[in-house]
Design a binder for this molecule. Structure first.
Ligand code: NAD
Ligand code: MG
Length: 385
């Protein structure tokens, strides 16, 4: 039995992870965490009987008054995540908390030498250099959960690293790919929260609409696969069907792709069972009796609607503090949009402004990155932005 700590169990990725673990053999859930949805966390506790249930939101935790089964301990606060990530019995940490809040527990798992099934792309966007260094020192293995990165990870097995020509990261293009340019300014919050091919948490859905999700994924890919962004070893293609999850092109011109219906349970399962593949999982299968068309479009970088991709490529090239600022600025701009303070087409320019303005440092420490993140969020509140 492989023992898993699942951080962010109540979210979209967390629930899908429990679907996988409940369907295939060989895994025991040792820890689950949830922030606000305590009734769901309770259900998960009763079904999986973990040793630890972590209530990360200390305020919400006061409302917890469910009976706790024998053998389960309730832990409160974010610190419990970093402690449990380092518990010797934990073999796999599934990092499925959303946003900046996933950083410390991912870092703790990297420091402790765990297998990390990484969904929380933000931790690499903010602290990729640090997470990678810690993982190298401790022997931690990061296996991506993000579907594109899982595809790249799988496709890379077809050749050697030095044979790699480029990675082709696919993007669905989001719900507005076919919307005329001049209508982007009128996009509403409700429209931005509806994704054409994927069913995901609210933040990643909104990030997909602005294409900032792809910007974050460019940076995530750079760190996961040590890509040279100057050459560049990464390109983005729009692929609206989300069936080809990404591709890898080798020196000889061969392109290796990974295909499957858009369902996160496959990349999650792959991250858990790697280097093995197992049958019987819950994931949907490709229906080969049905005719289908797969389309690919190269983004036109002269069109401002693809500015998020440009910003992602630039930020990945810069490294240092740029990713942390991009991530925090994205959260702020998206909140401003949700509150109705800025238009949809103002989100990316806002983020760019923030990244370009900041006092760049090439080799920040983790503490400096956390401080910078807080500073950006605080400053914006004071400026009432
Ligand atoms: P979600 O919003 O559905 O769930 C987030 C989880 O994090 C919940 O369990 C919630 O309780 C917890 N959480 C929220 N705020 C927290 C905080 N401040 N402290 C501690 N825990 C907190 O999000 P999701 O869609 O499952 O995404 C999780 C991560 O996976 C994100 O980084 C996202 O980019 C990535 N991802 C998601 C998908 C997808 O299909 N949903 C695909 C690829 C990557
Ligand atoms: Mg993705």
């Amino acid at each position: 039995m492989k023992k898993i700590a699942l951080f962010g169990a109540t979210g979209s990725i967390g629930r899908s992870t429990l679907d996988v673990v409940g369907t295939i053999d060989g895994f025991r859930v040792l820890a689950i965490s949830g922030h606000k949805n305590l009734p769901l966390l309770r259900e998960q506790m009763e079904r999986f009987r973990p040793r630890w249930v972590i209530l990360t939101d200390e305020e919400a935790a006061k409302e917890w008054d469910f009976p706790v089964p024998a053998g389960t301990e309730i832990c409160v606060g974010m610190k419990a995540l970093t402690e449990i990530a380092a518990e010797p019995e934990v073999e796999i940490v599934v990092s499925a908390i959303v946003g900046r809040a996933g950083l410390e527990s991912t870092v703790a798992a990297a420091r402790a030498g765990k297998r990390i099934a990484l969904a929380n792309k933000e931790s690499l966007v903010i602290g990729g250099a640090i997470v990678k260094r810690l993982a190298k020192e401790s022997g931690a293995r990061i296996v991506p959960v993000d579907s594109e990165h899982s595809a790249i990870f799988q496709a890379l097995h077809a050749g050697k690293r030095y044979e790699l020509e480029r990675v082709i990261l696919t993007a669905s293009g989001g719900p507005f790919f076919r919307l005329p340019d001049e209508e982007l300014r009128n996009v509403t919050v409700a429209q931005a929260l509806k994704h054409p091919t994927w069913n995901m948490g609210a933040k990643v859905t909104l990030d997909s609409a602005t294409l900032m999700n792809k910007a974050l994924e460019i940076i995530e890919a750079k760190w996961l696969f040590d890509l040279n962004m100057e050459k560049p070893e990464l390109e983005v293609m729009i692929h609206p069907q989300s069936v080809v999850h990404s591709m890898v092109e080798f020196q000889d011109g061969a392109v290796i792709a990974q295909l499957s219906p858009p369902d996160m349970r496959l990349p999650i399962q792959n991250a858990l069972t790697y280097p093995d593949r197992v049958g019987g999982g819950p994931t949907r299968r490709t229906d080969w009796t049905r005719n289908q068309t797969l389309e690919f479009f190269s983004p036109d970088y002269s069109n401002p609607r693809f500015d998020a991709l440009k910003l992602g490529l630039e930020t990945a090239r810069r490294g240092g503090t740029a990713g942390a600022v991009l991530n925090a600025a994205n959260d702020l701009a998206v909140s401003a949009f949700i509150r109705g303070e800025i238009r949809f087409d103002e989100i990316v320019p806002r983020i760019r402004h923030c990244v370009e303005e900041h006092d760049f440092r090439p080799e920040p420490t983790l503490e400096e990155l956390i401080e910078l993140d807080q500073e950006i969020r605080k400053k914006r509140i004071m400026n009432n932005e």
